[in-house]
Write a protein that binds this ligand. Structure first.
Ligand SMILES: Cc1cc2nc3c(=O)[nH]c(=O)nc-3n(C[C@H](O)[C@H](O)[C@H](O)COP(=O)(O)OP(=O)(O)OC[C@H]3O[C@@H](n4cnc5c(N)ncnc54)[C@H](O)[C@@H]3O)c2cc1C
Length: 376
């Protein structure tokens, strides 16, 4: 006899692991499935470090969500008894009128967040690793920091199991379909039945929407780790906050302090469009070139030997906002595809939203920008 669950969660990266925890904590019988053994390095949730920040340049509507996420990350830390993040503060650097600085200021002002606006000289004095151009300014926000994604996913899954969830790795969902009031899920290891299904397959979500075409584009992104060439103390978390740089209008890179593998940096949104089953996993030696040019100019002491590189994937929407909501023709299914390269920090609040939608049918969180049918 096939086993029956209240909810099946397809994909256990950031969002699916968070959803599995939130749903199982509310007493539901949860089945979590992943094609690999999470946390793993094949999706969007690996690479040691993710930025959490509050003065959200992308849109002020994200601020209440990230504020709730901070509380939920702390709650998860307590329940899992694991260190999941460190506070470093954050610096958004660029031209005063650019997307990054003006957007961060708009969010900070609208939500009365603490911040300082620093000119280039003040940035160089306070954070000596950073060499902004004279015309650049920086928005300093004190609560930003580094989340450890692999530890976070493990914590979500460990606590989900403790709350009774069945978590199965190395099991690929081949298809799912409405079956009476619920859904039937076919995998490479068998068949499952559940009342509801949550689609959190990240870059693979587009292939699991049962005929629904959403404008999702998967982007290959390389994360690089450098061994600092000079004074390593410049990159200690107390002296080197997480930072995002708008070096040309609409072009960004971001970086972290020195962690175990080195100083991690990446270029935001300039990768090739790809297919998650065929993504180029190898990183060519020439690929670091564009980032080295930026480091030479803005963070020269980080521009030492390349310690590691790893390919990751963004799942982008045309407006870079998330997709969260019921499938338009199959109400038993929830689509949760919140990436566009900035979703990780929100994982616990997205888990909470999923559990609200499944259990109550509504959530107090504002999902206005995230509608599944907004491109019609
Ligand atoms: C390089 C990089 C840097 C980033 N930096 C930041 C940052 O600093 N701050 C931030 O907030 N966000 C950041 N992000 C974005 C954030 O990491 C992602 O939004 C988030 O991790 C996406 O999680 P997910 O659960 O949607 O996808 P994934 O983590 O990819 O999870 C999807 C899961 O579904 C599984 N799956 C797929 N198909 C199937 C199937 N058929 N059957 C079973 N399982 C399946 C996969 O194995 C995978 O485990 C970054 C992303 C990248 C790539």
């Amino acid at each position: 006899m096939p086993r029956s669950f209240d909810v099946a969660v397809i994909g256990l990266g950031a969002m699916g692991s968070a959803a599995s925890r939130a749903l199982s904590r509310r007493g539901l019988k949860v089945l979590g499935l992943d094609r690999f053994a999470p946390p793993h390095t094949f999706g969007s949730t690996h690479g040691d470090a993710r930025i959490i920040r509050e003065a959200y340049f992308e849109h002020p509507a994200y601020v209440p969500l990230v504020q709730r996420a901070y509380l939920l990350w702390e709650e998860l830390e307590r329940e899992a008894a694991k260190r999941l993040w460190i506070k470093t503060g954050g610096l958004m650097v660029g031209p005063r009128e650019g997307v990054l600085v003006s957007g961060a200021l708009a969010s900070a002002d609208q939500h009365r967040l603490p911040y300082e606006l620093l000119d280039a000289e003040k940035i160089r004095a306070r954070f000596p690793a950073f060499h902004p151009d004279d015309a650049m300014v920086g928005v300093w926000e004190p609560r930003a920091g580094v989340l450890f994604p692999e530890a976070c996913v493990s914590a979500f899954l460990d606590t989900a199991r403790r709350h009774g969830a069945t978590i199965r790795g190395d099991e690929t969902v081949k298809s799912w379909a409405r079956d009476g009031d619920g859904v039937r899920i076919e995998t490479d290891r068998g068949r499952h039945h559940a009342a509801r299904v949550v689609l959190t397959a990240g870059p693979w979500n587009g292939g699991l929407l049962n005929g629904l075409a959403l404008p999702l584009a998967v982007e290959r992104v390389v994360q690089f780790w450098f061994d600092p060439s000079g004074d390593r103390t410049l990159f200690a978390p107390e002296r080197c906050p997480v930072s995002i740089w708008e070096h040309e209008v609409g072009r960004f890179f971001y970086g972290f302090p020195l962690l175990e593998r080195g100083v991690k940096l990446a270029i935001h949104h300039e990768g090739e469009t790809t297919d998650p089953d065929r993504v180029r996993r190898a990183v060519g030696p020439e690929e670091v070139g564009p980032l080295r040019i930026l480091l030479d100019r803005y963070i020269p002491a980080a521009d030492g030997p390349l310690a590691a590189a790893s390919v990751c994937m963004y799942t982008n929407t045309p407006d870079s906002h998330f997709v969260i909501g019921p499938h338009p023709t199959i109400p038993q299914a929830l689509i949760v595809s919140p990436c566009s390269g900035h979703g990780f920090k929100f994982a616990p609040v997205i888990g909470e939203i999923v559990s609200d939608l499944v259990v109550e049918g509504w959530t107090r969180h504002d999902l206005g920008m995230f509608g599944v049918t907004r491109w019609k």
